[in-house]
Design a binder for this molecule. Structure first.
Ligand code: DX5
Length: 227
């Protein structure tokens, strides 16, 4: 698919019904999601535990479009092949996940996935210019990773602006993850974001059996982001 900077909405299944992931993924895609965002947490790099490659493999048949996997794990290298084999389209590693992030990004691409680089709220951007040739996706963590339902950290808007300037015309998406709502979406896209991950603000009020609220939330978020 050719690169486009049009706004993309990526529901984070961390806010979905864990006992019904397949149906939840199908529901949000049918209701207009552009990507399906999957948070992998190891209880070490972040203070929460979610799921691994086997879950991603189980989700794959239920996601027609893009499976966007954020690896909040350290170390990350030992697991890259398993997540690529599980069918991830995008694999995002954190800048803070280890000393060899350049090698990690190259390995992700060599495995046939798009490479994402995530940056925690307290981390600066010094290393980023040296990694731009090796990434397809920059992820600004706008909350301290580990849990959904947190409030977006306003200071991250300056970080988004700085990254957008750094990226210039390169085909690199700028993804925002954490605390995204229809109230802050316009400020995020005006700062330079084109991919909005959202959990609680999309899965609120709906279910696979009643997916209409998912569609309304996605349309509302997209309209606000394009305002
Ligand atoms: C938090 C995760 C986010 C989270 C987003 O560590 O990385 O993807 O699920 O959920 P909300 O939109 O509820 O902040």
């Amino acid at each position: 698919m050719p690169f486009s900077r049009s706004v993309k909405i990526a529901p984070s299944i961390l806010a979905a019904d864990f006992a019904n992931f397949g149906a939840e993924c199908r529901a949000v895609e049918q209701q207009g999601a552009d990507w399906v965002h999957v948070d992998v947490m190891d209880g070490h790099f972040v203070p929460n535990l979610t799921f691994g490659p086997a879950m991603c493999a189980a989700l794959r048949p239920h996601i027609q479009g893009v499976m966007d996997v954020n690896l909040m794990i350290a170390p990350v290298e030992p697991f890259l092949q398993a997540f690529a084999k599980a069918g991830a389209d995008h694999l995002t590693a954190h800048l803070e996940s280890g000393p060899h992030i350049h090698k990690t990004l190259q390995t992700i691409r060599a495995l046939g996935c798009k490479a994402g680089l995530a940056i925690n709220p307290g981390t600066g951007l010094d290393a980023v210019p040296y990694l731009l040739d090796d990434i397809d996706l920059l992820v600004v963590m706008t909350v301290n990773p580990g849990f959904g339902g947190q409030k977006l950290i306003p200071a991250m808007l300056d970080k988004i602006r700085a990254l957008r300037a750094m990226v210039a015309d390169r085909p690199i998406h700028i993804q925002i993850d954490g605390g995204v709502t229809a109230d802050n979406a316009a400020a995020l896209t005006q700062a330079g974001a084109d991919v909005l991950v959202a959990g609680s603000s999309i899965f609120a009020g709906g279910s696979p059996g009643n997916p209409a609220p998912y569609g309304a939330n996605i349309r509302h978020l997209r309209a606000a982001a394009n305002a």
